[in-house]
Design a protein around this ligand. Structure first.
Ligand SMILES: CC(C)(COP(=O)(O)OP(=O)(O)OC[C@H]1O[C@@H](n2cnc3c(N)ncnc32)[C@H](O)[C@@H]1OP(=O)(O)O)[C@@H](O)C(=O)NCCC(=O)NCCS
Length: 164
């Protein structure tokens, strides 16, 4: 079923804790990765859009069951990176992740972007995430063996999006 959330793009008070909680609940991020996810919120709060970090939060009855963070890639012709996407485990598998990606792509297109890159790990805890991206039409653009650690490759996927 399609998820029709209202979306929030501006930061609200407490988003650092919200993001920390969602990332911890996801269960597949290291402590260091959770810190980085929170730092992206802090950067956005400190510098605004000059930080390069855009957010989409699902806003549902004063709750936020998922969010995504994305931004333009410097020195490219309109390529964007998806930095983070998380859906509360209690809400996974019901279309929110797909809806978040659609919202990200809509914003990227509005802002003149032509391609979105996502990257993830080759490790088993990320197998579902890789299937998620492939199912949304993202193609494997590069595999960088032993990138994160020996035996842990960086998997780069991308998708061309229609310009708005
Ligand atoms: C990846 C994630 C965002 C997907 O969100 P979600 O709300 O569960 O995804 P959806 O319900 O919208 O599913 C979208 C599609 O992906 C597919 N999909 C999602 N999880 C899947 C899984 N575990 N195995 C196979 N396919 C899967 C669904 O079948 C669906 O396809 P359909 O619409 O054709 O039926 C979510 O699982 C998550 O937060 N994972 C942990 C955090 C993470 O790894 N983030 C990405 C790295 S930054």
């Amino acid at each position: 079923m399609a998820f029709a959330a209202p979306w929030r793009e501006e930061l609200a008070r407490g988003d650092e804790e919200l993001v920390r909680g969602l990332c911890l609940a996801a269960g597949n991020f290291s402590a260091e990765e959770v810190l980085v996810a929170v730092e992206l919120v802090q950067e956005r709060r400190a510098k605004g859009l000059a930080s390069g970090y855009h957010f989409v939060f699902a806003a549902e009855n004063d709750q936020c069951p998922g969010y995504a963070c994305f931004g333009p890639i410097a020195c490219t012709d309109a390529c964007w990176d998806l930095y983070w996407i998380v859906v509360d485990p209690a809400r996974q598998g019901r279309g929110l992740g797909r809806a978040l990606m659609a919202q990200v792509e809509r914003r990227v297109a509005e802002l003149g972007g032509r391609r979105v890159y996502v990257e993830t790990s080759s490790r088993q805890p990320y197998a579902a995430t890789r299937r998620f991206y492939a199912g949304l039409g993202y193609r494997l653009a590069a595999r960088m063996d032993d990138f994160y650690a020996p035996g842990d490759a960086k998997m780069v996927y991308c998708r061309d999006i229609a310009r708005a």
